[in-house]
Ligand binder design. Sequence first.
Ligand code: HOZ
Length: 413
Amino acid sequence: MPGGVNSPVRAFKNINGNPIFFEKAEGAYLFDADGNKYIDYIGSWGPMIMGHSHPDIVNAIKKQAELGTSYGAPTSLESNLAELIIKNVPSIEKIRMVNSGTEATMSSIRLARGFTNRDKIIKFDGCYHGHVDSLLIKAGSGVLTFGLPDSPGIPEDLAKHTITCPYNDIAAFIDIFNSVKDDLAAVIVEPIAGNMGFVPGTEEFLQTLRSYTESNNSLLIFDEVMSGFRVSLGGAQEIFNIRPDITALGKVIGGGLPVGAFGGKKEIMDFLAPEGPVYQAGTLSGNPLAMAAGSTLLKLLIDNNPYKKLEENAKLMLDGMNEIMSSAGIPFSKNQIGGMFGFFFSEELPLNINDVSKTNDETFSMFINACIKNGIYFAPSKYEAGFISSMHSNKEIDETLDVVGNIIKKGIF
Ligand code: HOZ
């Protein structure tokens, strides 16, 4: 496998580390193949909101596995998950299940182009929407982690239809928007970016995207692959009170199994085959195991509404880290919404990818390596977000802060 991994960030190459191979996960903990135990702050990049191996989710998967793992045909499990999503995300009136966030954003773009009969899309620097050809331009996540500005393999003829714009920059957006508006199919954005570290959009910025797209009959696509059901039941769109035309969802709604979905206004979704002309399909779409796991997680989230507690716990940990760093004179900034968070080695909290790229790489790399060596598993790239679960209690937070305090005391910097 290239880099020894099946997804580049896992290689730990940019922090001069090696991939860690895991064997087991439980609650807030991960266990690797060498017998090490870690407090996990990645949570499979989002879905483990109720902790790893939640008994209800494990039982739902087991129960469904005995009834069959894939039929390539409809089941009521798909309708159950669809209903749970539609009830909680008001902008979604109809939905199509797919197998990953990449598939969800790829199909959203095709649908937007088909519906509007226009080609151009605007995306924002540092937002990552999966490895879709049209969207792998000035993208975040692993693309930035490894300093790959734009991936080879994407034909210029396709790339020219993607226009990029700085995140959280209203004036730049309005300029770019005006220059392409006649052929603008859609604007796609992570309303809470989780692929340039954790950088939420400002309310004014996101409202501007909504009003400009609406007045131009262009579609607004929210990529809520990470924020959907992660920052609140209704996702970032509930927090900002904005209704996008299409929402892309991903891993979170699969409860840890491979799932994606995209949904939105009925008249737009009805443009999809077999109702309409835009084609999209998949044998494993709506896979029964994934639907059973996803529905069980969403029911747990609806019953427990853990978001306030998640945010409090994330804040508790970050405030503690901030105190440790500031008493050691190390520039540090941090932010969190719900159970999603980020920290940077910079005085000021970054607002966009330019700010993030200026934060200290060397300190980040030394800090993360030291944390991992001491059983704290933070994302191995400053271009990724962190995630906390309802199984992270004061005990795990105190232990994390002890480790961080010791690392700083021993003077690794
Ligand atoms: N780039 C992914 C999260 N933003 C990481 C996926 C993975 O390596 O599992």
